[in-house]
Design a protein around this ligand. Structure first.
Ligand code: MG
Length: 227
């Protein structure tokens, strides 16, 4: 009797916790976009992007990928909190060293960079290597693949938000590099300690892929809006 009452209570709690019912989402396979994703680049064109100088993207689109070809590119749409999937490859032919090898970057709100770099046997400062929150936090591990091989980032980004008292509520980065957790809910303070140049908080901003002078390739870029 006592046991069945407990079971009944547990069932009631379970039903309460399960309400409201989460919406159905069809998951993708091998990095393909789920049904509620905003697809930013499917290998065909960069129509959802513009050049940082305001014109059309000049990046080369060939064989299902886009290759950096002068000037960073930004999304035409602006985003707040997102889950982002993006795949990239540094040049197969290794040139340069440190920050000069396969450097690009994924910028959130045009300001907070998750570094893209060839970090395969390429020492540099730790908060500037691949998958670093650039200038702020090194990845937990180096999950890099070899130069020229496709790599993935899966990133959960929550932007800093302005609070009622005028202060800023920190945001956060969580990053998986090739499926490996490398940034675990790292705070984005959104004040002058994050970046004097980009202090403050805004609700939305564009994604940006950085031109750092190296022909880094991107493919399969999609995101899910989280708020
Ligand atoms: Mg960079």
């Amino acid at each position: 009797m006592r046991r069945s009452l407990l079971a009944l209570t547990a069932t009631a709690l379970f039903l309460q916790a399960a309400d409201p019912v989460p919406p159905m989402v069809t998951p993708g396979t091998a990095g393909s976009p789920p049904s509620d994703a905003v697809v930013l680049f499917d290998g065909k064109d960069l129509s959802k992007w513009k050049s940082e100088d305001g014109g059309e993207s000049k990046w080369k689109v060939v064989d299902g990928y886009a290759e950096m070809a002068g000037k960073s590119i930004l999304t035409r749409e602006e985003f707040g909190a997102i889950q982002l999937h993006i795949e990239w490859a540094s040049p197969a032919e290794v040139k340069g060293e440190g920050q000069g090898r396969g450097n690009s970057g994924v910028y959130f709100q045009g300001r907070y960079e998750i570094q893209v770099l060839d970090s395969w046997n390429n020492p540099t400062y730790s908060n500037g290597q691949a998958a670093a929150f650039y200038g702020h936090n090194a990845p937990k591990v180096n999950a890099s693949r070899k130069p020229g091989e496709w790599q993935s980032y899966d990133i959960v980004f929550h932007p800093p938000k302005p609070a009622a008292d005028g202060s800023v509520t920190p945001g956060s980065f969580t990053v998986f590099h090739n499926g490996v957790l490398v940034q675990d809910h790292i705070p984005i303070k959104g004040d002058a300690t994050t970046s004097a140049k980009f202090s403050g908080a805004t609700p939305t901003g564009p994604l940006m892929l950085q031109d750092h002078g190296n022909p880094v390739r991107y493919r399969n870029i999609w995101l899910r809006k989280l708020d």
